[in-house]
Design a protein around this ligand. Structure first.
Ligand SMILES: CC(=O)N[C@H]1[C@@H](OP(=O)(O)OP(=O)(O)OC[C@H]2O[C@@H](n3ccc(=O)[nH]c3=O)[C@H](O)[C@@H]2O)O[C@H](CO)[C@@H](O)[C@@H]1O
Ligand SMILES: C=C(OP(=O)(O)O)C(=O)O
Length: 422
């Protein structure tokens, strides 16, 4: 299994480019299932989860071509089966995003139930309730969701909880439904907006994305389209926090500051000088130690849960005591026990972590437990004294493209050992 060996060696300094957003690319690649004409997608990041999506689409008989490294041309016309098997779904929860498109276009879907993962139970009841409200017949059998519908019908759906992939799945189902669908208490994440933009390019009629009420008028067919995936705001934020935690100066290019308001406010509160342009963000700590900041995770435009672990690593090194409250997932503090191994001072009380910053952390062998937890461990290791070994970094490969290359461009001493799992 791959490991990172990281030598803490002072402030990170330099600039990198953001990759395309994993959480926008995943639903967009699945949206290709909604049409018999090709979908041409650019700025698709090269990641493990994206590779899993390719396997998933290919085993359904869908044709996937890559005219260049980050470019996909997906033709779902030759599809032969509407099954998403356990072996693929268990490694990537976002596989559930084939459910809405398959049902809407092909009239059936057989998708293995995604299991719980390290960050919480993550049920899909709201996806299923919404599809049932649109007239789908759904059975759970042998660990699979079996769904059928001759043609879905438009419906008025109010989500109990804001769900990102739930909103995406139902939006994709509704674009081909008979009649109008209204999604209330919908997720407002930029990735939902990017999916809506792609669907509109394919001929869908959608209004209100980016707000809590989304209206969709079903159409008979979608057509060929081109779409460029937005920049990854979580990847962007991760490198900026790594710069701040190491008292450095980091600039991320090819990104979009308007997607990171809540994160940039927190970096400013931590003492960073933040400069932005249309497509870049620069964070400069001017050599100063960050100040501990309080965080409360919320659906967009609140502070993203996917940045919580990285800020915890920074707070461990910051001046003062701070609190982090995780309100989205019930078990997203797995990184805390590993940060403790580096000498951090963290106390967990329910969904709140109380952190007292230490001037220095010290290297130790540690283990990644999930995607963003891995990123937080890398940040802490970069700021720790000595050489840290991080095990199970395959979690990080799920969501960060060219990790070693990008950190090396910022001056980090980081090496991968072991064989890359694909
Ligand atoms: C591929 C992708 O885009 N993943 C993101 C997506 O995950 P994902 O879409 O899975 O997360 P959700 O927004 O659905 O989850 C939010 C909360 O709703 C609950 N819930 C969700 C659906 C449901 O049917 N029932 C239910 O109870 C979940 O358990 C969780 O407590 O949004 C999360 C919250 O911003 C991010 O952390 C993930 O990175
Ligand atoms: C939790 C995440 O991804 P997923 O929903 O695919 O598990 C994430 O991107 O931080």
């Amino acid at each position: 299994m791959d490991k990172f060996i990281i030598e803490g060696n002072g402030p990170l300094n330099g600039e990198i480019d953001a990759s395309g957003a994993k959480n926008a690319a995943l639903p967009i690649l699945c949206a290709a299932l909604l049409s018999d004409e090709p979908l041409h997608v650019t700025n698709v990041p090269k990641l493990w989860d994206i590779g899993t999506t390719k396997k998933l689409l290919s085993q359904m008989g869908v044709d996937v071509q890559h005219p260049s490294e980050h470019e996909w041309v997906i033709d779902a016309k030759p599809i032969t089966t509407c099954v998403a098997p356990y072996e693929l779904v268990r490694t990537m929860r976002a596989s559930i995003l084939v459910l809405g498109p398959l049902l809407a276009k092909r009239g059936e879907a057989h998708v293995s139930l995604p299991g719980g993962c390290a960050i919480g139970a993550r049920p899909v009841n709201l996806h299923l309730m919404g599809l049932e409200a649109m007239g789908a017949e759904i059975k759970l059998e042998g660990g699979f969701i079996h769904a059928k519908a001759t043609r879905l019908k438009g419906a008025h759906i109010v989500f109990d909880t804001v769900t990102v992939t739930g909103t995406e799945n139902l939006m994709m189902a509704a674009v081909l439904a008979d009649g109008d669908t209204v999604l209330e208490n919908a997720a407002r994440e930029p990735e939902v907006v990017d999916l809506a933009r792609c669907l509109r390019a394919m001929g869908a009629q959608i209004e209100g994305d980016g707000n809590t009420t989304i209206r969709i008028r079903g159409v008979k067919d979608l057509h060929a389209a081109r779409h460029r995936v937005i920049a990854d705001r979580i990847e962007t934020g991760t490198y900026l926090v790594a710069g701040a935690a190491t008292r450095g100066k980091v600039r991320v290019n090819k990104t979009d500051p308007s997607m990171l308001d809540a994160v940039l406010v927190k970096l400013q509160q931590a003492g960073a000088k933040v400069s932005t342009g249309v497509d870049f963000i620069e964070v400069d700590m001017q050599g100063q130690r960050p100040k501990g900041i309080n965080i409360h995770t919320m659906p967009h435009p609140g502070f993203p849960t996917d940045m919580q672990a990285q800020f915890m690593a920074m707070n461990c090194l910051a001046e003062g005591t701070s609190t982090i409250r995780e309100t989205i997932f019930e078990n997203r503090f797995m990184h805390a026990q590993e940060l403790l191994r580096l000498g951090a001072d963290i106390r967990i009380e329910g969904n709140t972590a109380i952190i007292t910053g230490k001037e220095r952390l010290a290297a130790a062998p540690i283990m990644a437990t999930d995607l963003r937890a891995s990123a937080s461990l890398v940040i802490a290791a970069l700021a720790a004294d000595g050489e840290t070994f991080i095990d199970r970094i395959y979690h990080m490969d799920r969501g960060y493209e060219n990790i070693e290359g990008k950190f090396a461009a910022l001056g980090a001493r980081m090496k991968r050992v072991g064989k890359l799992i694909s």
